[in-house]
Design a protein. Structure first.
Length: 289
């Protein structure tokens, strides 16, 4: 046996455990989900077989289309807000040196060491009618009665989603900024460029792959969000994930929940495909040119 073939066989054996793990815990559940979407739900449980009943119900009810469109809108706006909030933070972190940089990076990660649900739930006593913001404003005499519009609406959903997902935007941008060659900035200053020109001509183009990577991650996570809109959003701010969750956990209609999940995955994959044709798949996920 040649050395080349021996190396190929050895490589195949080394990769086999990882491939089996992916097949068992990633591919198999996905195949099962797609399969269940073609089953039917009866009063006695699930009825295996091939049926388009769930997809027909989905296509025949405009509420699902409206909620899906609203979900994509919330995901896009949340991604944009996260970018505007994260880039200045990343610039600040990249400008620090030594122990100060280590301290502030730890502070950035610190909230994310707690549960996602806890980080979302903490906004309820902040935004609520008797929460921190209303109590502070009333004690300062700014308002006479509590403001009801701070929670249980779409604005509160944006606040919660930006807060819980901002790390996924800040981290890749910070890493890209931290790797920039300081000589480029110095050369720009020596040539008389203003701070804005340096940012627009040098910093932003070199960190753009990281920006697209962060935007991709935040967009994907927002499309599947259901905890944040359930806790902070009102009836008009529910997202597609909430409908999927209710079909599985409340209504017990697994085929419809699976069909909704498949549709959401297809829409997200289509969005990624369109974005990858413009920016490249490697740039979207790896933050590389």
């Amino acid at each position: 046996m040649s050395n080349k073939r021996k190396d190929e066989r050895t490589g195949a054996w080394l990769v086999a455990p990882a491939m089996m793990w992916l097949a068992l815990f990633a591919l198999a559940p996905l195949v099962f989900l797609v399969t269940v979407s073609f089953w039917t739900a009866t009063m006695f449980g699930l009825s295996p077989g091939f049926s388009l009943q769930s997809y027909a119900a989905l296509a025949g009810d405009t509420i699902y289309i409206l909620v899906l469109a609203n979900t994509l809108k919330i995901a896009v706006i949340t991604t944009a807000l996260s970018l505007f909030a994260s880039y200045p933070v990343a610039l600040f972190l990249a400008s620090l040196k030594g122990h100060r940089k280590t301290l502030f990076v730890i502070l950035l990660f610190l909230p994310f060491w707690t549960s996602y649900v806890v980080r979302t739930f903490v906004w309820m006593p902040i935004l609520g009618r008797s929460g921190l913001i209303n109590s502070t404003l009333m004690s300062l005499g700014v308002i006479d009665s509590p403001i009801d519009g701070l929670i249980f609406n779409e604005g509160a959903v944006y606040v919660g989603l930006v807060y819980v997902y901002t790390l996924y935007m800040t981290l890749p941008i910070y890493l890209a900024l931290d790797k920039l060659d300081p000589a480029l900035i110095e050369a720009s200053n020596d040539l008389g460029a203003s701070a804005w020109q340096t940012f627009r001509r040098i910093i932003l183009p070199l960190t753009l792959p990281a920006v697209w990577s962060g935007c991709t991650m935040v967009f994907l996570l927002c499309c599947g969000a259901f905890v944040t809109p359930r806790l902070l959003g009102g009836p008009s701010s529910q997202m597609f994930g909430n409908i999927i969750s209710s079909q599985f956990l409340d209504a017990g209609n697994w085929p419809l929940g699976a069909a909704l999940s498949v549709v959401l995955m297809l829409v997200v994959l289509a969005s990624l495909y369109l974005a990858s044709r413009r920016f490249g798949m490697q740039r979207l996920f790896m933050g590389q040119h």
